[in-house]
Design a protein around this ligand. Structure first.
Ligand SMILES: [Zn+2]
Length: 258
């Protein structure tokens, strides 16, 4: 029997000849981005970029859309008091992602899905999307926890859905249990700063709210729930990528009204 070769979808695994073959026929790509920051005593620092990478690569496989390497560092200076957090400035992150998108655009990519694993990156990514639209490139931003807000809001209690709490820990347990230590998991109710009143935004850091780095309850995490989150997120992203792939760029970027 002849061996069936599976289609390559990871850019870094392709040769330039294979990349040419993809870009000649396709104008869509996926870029996962995340951060390297504290996620409590039980989770790896890479949590946000590892989850984004896994969701992006699985979606790429199911849709036959090109996936880039994950951008591991992001906008997370607010976690820096916890050891090992490596952060970059919002403008550095924004330019890095934007220039990566423009490099793809040189080969004809017009539609890009950014799979974002870290909420702190979102503002910079929204700016990237607006600026690239001006250049004729349509960028969408996907965040897995927003999918859960809509599709499965009752899988976890509100106190299990904070940073490094049960929801996020569960996804780690499903994807890479060997780097999660549930013996170290803690529950910590985040504290309010003494000068905090309603209507005020303060430049606070994570350490002002929690000593462990966990916002809420993390001890109830489970690999089984994590698998459900992963599958729900990938299913939804596959829908979006498939729709985007079929839509012409002219139908995504409007011309002036006549
Ligand atoms: Zn996270």
């Amino acid at each position: 029997m002849k061996e069936v070769k599976t289609l390559k979808v990871k850019l870094h695994e392709m040769s330039w000849i294979e990349a040419k073959g993809y870009f000649k026929r396709n104008d869509t790509a996926i870029i996962p981005v995340g951060s390297n920051e504290q996620h409590g005593p039980q989770n790896p620092l890479g949590t946000d970029h590892l989850i984004a990478k896994a969701i992006a690569e699985e979606t790429a496989k199911r849709t036959a859309v090109l996936c880039l390497q994950v951008v591991p560092f992001g906008v997370s200076s607010h976690h820096k008091q916890f050891w090992g957090t490596v952060y970059i400035l919002p403008k550095t992150f924004k330019n890095y992602v934007k220039e990566t998108c423009l490099a793809l655009n040189y080969y004809g990519v017009r539609k890009i899905v950014i799979v974002n694993g870290h909420g702190g990156n979102r503002c910079a990514l929204v700016e990237v999307a607006r600026e690239l639209k001006e250049k004729g490139v349509f960028v969408s931003i996907f965040q897995w926890w927003s999918v859960m807000d809509k599709l499965s809001p009752n899988l976890f209690k509100p106190e299990e859905r904070g940073h490094a709490a049960a929801e996020e820990t569960s996804v780690n347990l499903a994807l890479h249990p060997q780097i999660v230590d549930m013996n170290k998991a803690v529950d910590e109710e985040p504290r309010k700063h003494s000068v905090q009143t309603e209507g005020v935004t303060l430049p606070l850091d994570t350490v002002d709210h929690t000593s462990s780095g966990v916002f809420g309850k993390s001890t109830t995490a489970s690999a089984e729930k994590g698998k459900r989150i992963f599958e729900t997120a990938v299913d939804e992203l596959v829908k979006h990528v498939s729709l985007l792939k079929e839509t012409k760029i002219e139908d995504l970027i409007s011309e002036p009204k006549v």
